[in-house]
Design a protein around this ligand. Structure first.
Ligand SMILES: *Cc1c(COP(=O)(O)O)cnc(C)c1O
Length: 390
């Protein structure tokens, strides 16, 4: 049996609306990205949404729009994808890493508070795997120190905790529609925000800082455009918006299937020695299913599963272990012990709606076999080294 790490469902969609886009006048900055923004805002319960071409762009523009730049510091968990931190770099500010909860891998009010300095301007929590950080506690911390807060909600489309959705207590929540995310169009992203002024700023900065977009410029009487401020080329095009619009009414059904898959994995792994499960409060988006194994077992298990046709990955090795962050900011190997431990012990298993029960059972069986196999190899290797040494 072969089990891919991820498979999208786009082929199931009726793509005739894409043909309409191709036949229409506007391939980019037309009516569909605005319709997507309206529908996405309704889904998120957010007053304002601006679509862009990645979550990285969304994070960059949200931070920029809040006035964050050179000389500022933004607190980012050491357990996340690199884009959370590099988006801070893009503004000229410094991403200051903090440690995380040892089980959930989430930034907490305590781990963030330990890194607050005179220069801190914002907190940037990540809802890792789809499990939400404690936004109430983080919002209290942000208020106490007069900090902004931007959420990396790339994993958290369907998440909720303590009645709070991403974007409810922060200045902005940033989403990804990258190829492997719960809602995808290949590449895409969005910012949701409670602040109309931030949304207005992002309308400019996502498109060169220009005062009028293409579809407006060519209408009725000609208008000259102005460049109002520094901007980037981050807007979402009509083709990607059309793909996203096709899937909006399927988010909940797909999320339900993800929940069933997670329950089946948990049932199979519950109480197994050598496997630690992640337990987080709230409604998870179930973006990634991860287990933890002993550090010396992790890489052998990755290889064993790959050899048995199962797609696996590591989300993530801790940021302070990566060359760029070590060399640029002088981080040391032992700096964030909890993030580091997760980075050395975590494995992500396949999780997507079209996974069959038989495939899930095969993955579970191979994980258990793989651990036993590696323990035996380890025993034999140690035994033979001893014999050689003697
Ligand atoms: C995927 C991801 C991003 C980046 O999203 P892009 O749309 O690829 O820019 C940022 N943060 C996290 C946690 C992610 O998983």
């Amino acid at each position: 049996m072969k089990v891919d790490f991820y498979r999208h469902n786009l082929i199931e969609e009726d793509v005739s609306s894409l043909a309409e886009v191709l036949a229409s006048q506007f391939l980019t900055v037309g009516p569909l990205h605005r319709r997507f923004e309206t529908e996405f805002a309704r889904y998120c319960g957010a007053p304002f949404v601006r679509s862009v071409n990645s979550c990285t762009a969304a994070l960059h523009l949200a931070l920029d729009g809040l006035g964050i730049g050179p000389g500022d510091e933004v607190i980012v968990p050491a357990m996340t994808f690199i884009a959370t931190a590099t988006a801070v770099d893009h503004t000229g500010a410094v991403p200051v890493l903090c440690d995380v909860d040892p089980n959930t891998g989430l930034m907490t009010a305590e781990t963030a508070a330990a890194k607050i300095s005179e220069k801190t301007k914002a907190l940037l929590p990540v809802h890792l795997y789809g499990n939400m950080a404690d936004m109430r506690a983080l919002a209290d911390l942000a208020t106490k120190h007069g900090l902004h807060m931007v959420e990396d909600a790339a994993h958290a489309l369907e998440s909720e905790r303590d009645g709070i959705r991403p974007g409810t207590l922060s200045d902005a929540a940033c989403y990804s529609f990258y190829a492997t995310k719960n809602l995808t169009c290949g590449e895409g992203g969005a910012v949701s925000t409670r602040h109309e002024s931030l949304a207005d700023t992002i309308s400019l900065t996502r498109l060169h800082g220009m005062s009028a977009d293409g579809s407006k410029r060519y209408n009725v009487d000609y208008q000259h455009w102005d460049m109002k401020r520094m901007g980037w080329k981050y807007n979402m095009d009509e083709i990607h918006a059309a793909l996203l619009l096709l899937q909006m009414d399927k988010i909940e059904a797909r999320h339900q299937r993800r929940g069933q898959i997670v329950a089946r994995y948990n049932q199979a792994f519950k109480g197994r020695s050598g496997i630690t499960l992640v337990h987080a409060p709230g409604r998870s988006a179930h973006h990634l299913y991860t287990i933890r194994v002993a550090a010396e077992q992790r890489d052998p298990l990755l290889r064993y599963l790959q050899q048995n046709q199962i797609g696996v990955t590591v989300n993530y090795r801790a940021l302070h272990q990566l060359t760029y962050f070590r060399e640029t900011y002088g981080y040391q190997a032992g700096d964030f012990p909890a993030a580091d431990e997760i980075g050395r012990t975590t494995i992500s298993l396949p999780l997507y709606p079209s996974l069959s029960d038989a495939q899930i059972d095969y993955v579970c069986e191979q994980v258990i076999k793989g651990l036993a196999h590696n323990r035996k190899e380890d025993y034999i290797n140690r035994g033979s080294t001893q014999i050689n040494a003697d």
